[in-house]
Ligand binder design. Structure first.
Ligand SMILES: [Zn+2]
Length: 170
């Protein structure tokens, strides 16, 4: 059996393995533009990224600093109104190198692989955030490594204003 059989393009098939014709129903064309309100916390966080700042929320009772910021402390159940800047460097907490392509919901095309998804705790924060790393060879990555955010040239108030994180090699 072809070990890549799992990944063959099934759209090229005209019949099932048993000989039945594969049928198609045309149901029209669907476009679905939509947007949503991000709210105060996400708006402030993303506006901060435009200015190359990671803005986190800090609990006034236990002192936990949340990155990504959230409204309510998960320990104390108190609203958090204090904002602190964290990063842009931090510690690699975990990573996954993805080599299996899939449809990227950001643009509908195939996700370029390989890419590395990481958990990073930014300096000054107590929680970790997810992002990407430009290193795609697992032999060059190790939990505990120091990481640095690399900013996109054009920033629009999106999580992609951080292009990726890179390993700090000194
Ligand atoms: Zn708290």
């Amino acid at each position: 059996m072809n070990p890549m059989g799992l990944y063959e393009d099934k759209r090229k098939r005209t019949h099932t393995p048993e000989g039945y014709e594969l049928l198609t129903h045309e149901s029209g064309h669907l476009e679905y533009d939509f947007n949503w309100h991000l709210g105060y916390y996400w708006s402030k966080f993303l506006a901060g990224l435009k200015e190359k700042k990671f803005l986190a929320t800090k609990c006034s009772q236990c002192g936990m600093v949340y990155m990504l910021p959230r409204m309510v402390c998960g320990r104390c159940f108190l609203d958090m109104n204090e904002w602190v800047e964290v990063g842009p460097e931090g510690v690699l907490e975990g990573f996954t190198i993805v080599r299996f392509p899939y449809i990227d919901p950001n643009h509908g095309g195939m996700k370029q692989v390989p890419f590395t998804s990481i958990w990073v705790t930014l300096d000054g924060a107590n929680t970790r955030m997810m992002h990407y790393c430009n290193e795609t060879d697992e032999k060059n990555l190790e939990v505990g490594m120091r990481m640095r955010a690399v900013w996109s040239e054009e920033r629009t108030g999106s999580i992609h204003d951080v292009a990726y994180f890179e390993v700090i090699r000194d």
